[in-house]
Design a binder for this molecule. Structure first.
Ligand code: SAM
Length: 283
């Protein structure tokens, strides 16, 4: 591996050993648990050796790679460290205590990457035939958002559009729940007004899920045009203005006493129905 330095200032392209929780570099990394600090630096944290290696291999820009002194699988850790150094990133070899503190976990992953966040601009999204996009109105729950990004990836969707004030896709809990799909799914964000403007020229069919939906979700046409599935906020569902702008409002029929499905579950049901004609098991 590259040359090592203890403490001292942050110098990209080198490996540094840190054992103190009071180290200012560690303090800056811990500050990424707050959205305002993630936004200010445009950075986020992802945990796990495989996930970090995959991200590096697919061209995500790394700021800092952190690994535990006690990490197993040393050849792969060294590979990740060399890539990070080559990309001009900082590499930190730390104690498990430091990793626990950075990841806020008792049993932390042995490798963590701090990456530069990537936002897709809504105006750059031009849905094509066979594409499905998921639009989420004011999603609040990080676990729901992460699960939806992962499910959208698994269903072959093209990306996720966050409408209005939403939870941050680059929050630690959300990134964890994506299980790596944060690195493969484009994510855009827009105000409700900009989303409505965009949809007029997008050429896509806007299919809103609504508990008062008149049509069974299995009867909607998912083939004629690219599809944007619009899902509502966990507490209040989709506001009237968005619901009225949709081409069609659909409902997943329910039995039993539950008022509604969990947002991530409803999104999964919709995604796999919308893409049913495009999904096949390999023969
Ligand atoms: N009280 C909210 C309401 O009245 O809409 C419930 C919101 S529900 C927990 C969150 C979102 O999941 C909904 O806005 C909708 O997008 C989707 N959803 C949940 N159950 C659904 C169903 N049976 N049919 C269609 N969409 C559903």
């Amino acid at each position: 591996m590259t040359e090592r330095h203890d403490d001292g200032p942050r110098r990209p392209g080198q490996v540094k050993e840190i054992t103190s929780l009071a180290n200012p570099i560690i303090k800056d990394i811990k500050a990424l648990s707050q959205k305002k600090n993630r936004e200010a630096g445009g950075l986020f944290m992802a945990e796990g050796l495989k996930l970090v290696l995959d991200a590096l291999e697919t061209g995500w820009k790394i700021d800092t790679l952190i690994f535990a002194k006690s990490a197993k699988d040393k050849p792969l850790v060294e590979k990740a460290a060399s890539r990070a150094v080559a990309a001009g990133g900082l590499v930190l070899e730390v104690s498990e205590k430091v990793l626990s503190s950075v990841t806020r976990r008792d049993n932390p992953q042995m490798v963590v990457g701090i990456f530069h966040a990537r936002w897709t601009s809504l105006s750059a999204i031009k849905p094509k035939a066979g594409e499905t996009w998921v639009a989420l109105d004011r999603v609040r729950d990080p676990g729901n958002l992460g699960t939806i990004i992962r499910t959208a990836d698994a269903a072959g969707a093209s990306g996720v559009i966050l409408v209005g004030e939403t939870t941050d896709p680059y929050g630690l809990e959300t990134v964890r729940a994506t299980m790596g799909s944060i690195f493969t799914m484009p994510v855009a964000r827009a105000s409700q007004a900009d989303f409505l403007k965009w949809r007029k020229t997008s050429g896509a069919s806007l299919i809103a899920t609504h508990l008062k939906g008149a049509i069974d979700y299995r009867r909607a046409d998912y083939k004629a045009r690219p599809v944007v599935l619009l899902m509502g906020n966990e507490q209040s569902g989709i506001p009237d203005e968005l619901a009225e702008a949709a081409d069609v409002r659909v409902k997943i029929p329910q039995q039993g006493k539950a008022d509604s499905l969990n947002l991530a579950c409803a999104t999964a049901v919709m995604l796999f129905e919308a893409r049913r004609h495009l999904l096949e098991l390999d023969a």
